[in-house]
Structures are given as structure tokens and as C-alpha cells.
Design a protein around this ligand. Structure first.
Ligand code: SAM
Length: 240
């Protein structure tokens, strides 16, 4: 629910848009039943339906849910653009795991190329996937999707992060745990290569802006696995 639709002075809330149909037709909710609602800013409530029309569902907030689902550490996952359907899986799983932002990057070996004409529709579908995944995993915030950035733009963006790691299969020694040991940070960038991996010069450029290359173990993971695994490890190691 958009924050502006929640009124904490009189404890009411209005749900509009596509969720109205979902609540009334799919979930078949009736007046008097309760829903869990979230304001995309980490606040959750239990609210009782007071009215249902075609345009909106009105609710009375009856309880505040005291639970912290979002990590204080913000993970920004830079994803080298993979082929078609893989992207959907990556977005869904990264949302479940808890990343804060997903940034799409066209790297040297990205097979998928950006097609501006089709891009808007694709982004719209991808945002929908993130939204649905956020709802099902009860995220307190819907992850942001950005891009598609060029490699150069991604490097500039990463400079804004407190720390950056790059999972790289030719990095044999340094694990994520070692790389992030004893650091105190609020956000971290993780840059995962596409199916063809990174070109060596790209790794050098990332290291030059203070990105630390890390190993995810001796086996080669698919790009979609690497993104989910790297984010999970970072959130596990660094979240409170
Ligand atoms: N060809 C496979 C595919 O279709 O996805 C594997 C691609 S792997 C080269 C893609 C990216 O996953 C790499 O650029 C790297 O970021 C990450 N990666 C995969 N295995 C890794 C490992 N063992 N250690 C570190 N990074 C790894």
C-alpha cells in the first residue's frame, strides 16, 4: 500500500489499483476480514476491511506488526545482463533473499543486447515480478530496479557504495567472508558477470575503483546461482 494511503491519525487505509481485484475476486475477502498491509517503508499493520467497491478497499488498522524484515545493510546487486528468462528468476530470487536494489548492466560479454523499443515493456514486466515476489515474501520494502547501465556507468555508480565485491571464478583464494571481515558498512555493491563471465580488463577496472574480487568456491556457478548465493552470503554475514 502506498504510504500516502495510510492515515495513522484515524487508523484507516485505502487500497487502490490492481490489488482491489485481487482482494475481492481472487482472495474473495469480505468486510470484517483482516489483511496484513505494508507501506513499502518497513511498517506493517493488521487491518480490518470496512468496505469493498470496484475502485477501492477501505480498511481500519487494528494492530501494528512489530517485526524487522529488512536488513540495515543495503545490498546493491549489479547483474551483467543475462539471456531472456534468466532475468526473471534472478529478480524473483534476489527479492526473496532481501537485496535492496538490482541494477542491470550491459557488460562486454552480455549476450542480451538492449533494445530501447522493447525495453520499457520488459522493465514493466520485471518490476511486476519484483512486486509479486516482495508481496509473497512479505518484504518491508520493494527492491528498486535500475538500468540498463553501460559498464562505465556501473563503475561510476559503484563508487557511491561503501564497499564492492566482484565474484570472479578466477579468484581462487579470497572468500566473501574474508573480504568483508571487520568492515563496518551501510551498503555494499555486488557485481556478478553474465553467462560469459567478465573480461579480464573489466575485472581490472572494477578493482581500480576499489572493488574486491572474491571466490564463491571451486565450482563454476551459473550467473543466476552466483547472484543469489553471493547476496545470501553477504546478508547472512553482515546482517544483525
Ligand atoms: N556459463 C555459466 C552460465 O551459463 O551462467 C557460468 C557463468 S559464470 C562465468 C557467471 C558469473 O558468475 C561470473 O562472472 C562470476 O561473477 C560468477 N561466478 C560463477 N562461479 C563463480 C565462482 N566459483 N566464484 C566466483 N564467481 C563465480
Amino acid at each position: 500500500v502506498e504510504k500516502k494511503n495510510i492515515n495513522l491519525e484515524n487508523n484507516t487505509c485505502i487500497i487502490e489499483g490492481e490489488d482491489v481485484k485481487h482482494i475481492s475476486k481472487v482472495l474473495r475477502c469480505r468486510v470484517g476480514e483482516c489483511l496484513e498491509i505494508c507501506d513499502n517503508d518497513n511498517n506493517e499493520y493488521i487491518a480490518e476491511i470496512s468496505g469493498i467497491s470496484k475502485e477501492e478497499v477501505t480498511l481500519d488498522i487494528v494492530e501494528t506488526i512489530d517485526i524487522k524484515r529488512e536488513s540495515d545493510l543495503k545490498v546493491r546487486l549489479y547483474q551483467g545482463l543475462p539471456k531472456g528468462p534468466k532475468m526473471e528468476m534472478i529478480l524473483q530470487k534476489l527479492t526473496e533473499v532481501g537485496v535492496d536494489e538490482i541494477i542491470l548492466v550491459q557488460t562486454k560479454r552480455s549476450v542480451a543486447k538492449v533494445d530501447d523499443k522493447k525495453e520499457d515493456k520488459k522493465i514493466e514486466r520485471w518490476e511486476r515480478i519484483i512486486y509479486e515476489a516482495a508481496k509473497q515474501s512479505k518484504r518491508g520494502k520493494i527492491p528498486t530496479l535500475r538500468g540498463v547501465l553501460s559498464f562505465k556507468e556501473a563503475l561510476a555508480d559503484m563508487k557511491n557504495n561503501d564497499f564492492n565485491i566482484v565474484p570472479y571464478e578466477n579468484e581462487r583464494t579470497k572468500s566473501i567472508k574474508q573480504a568483508i571481515k571487520d568492515i563496518d558498512i551501510n551498503n555494499i555493491g555486488i557485481f556478478v558477470g553474465p553467462e560469459g563471465g567478465f573480461a579480464e580488463e573489466e575485472i581490472k577496472q572494477i578493482e581500480d575503483i576499489n572493488g574486491q574480487s572474491v571466490s564463491l568456491g571451486p565450482r563454476i556457478l551459473r550467473t543466476e546461482t552466483a547472484s543469489v548465493v553471493a547476496s545470501s552470503i553477504v546478508l547472512y554475514e553482515l546482517s544483525d
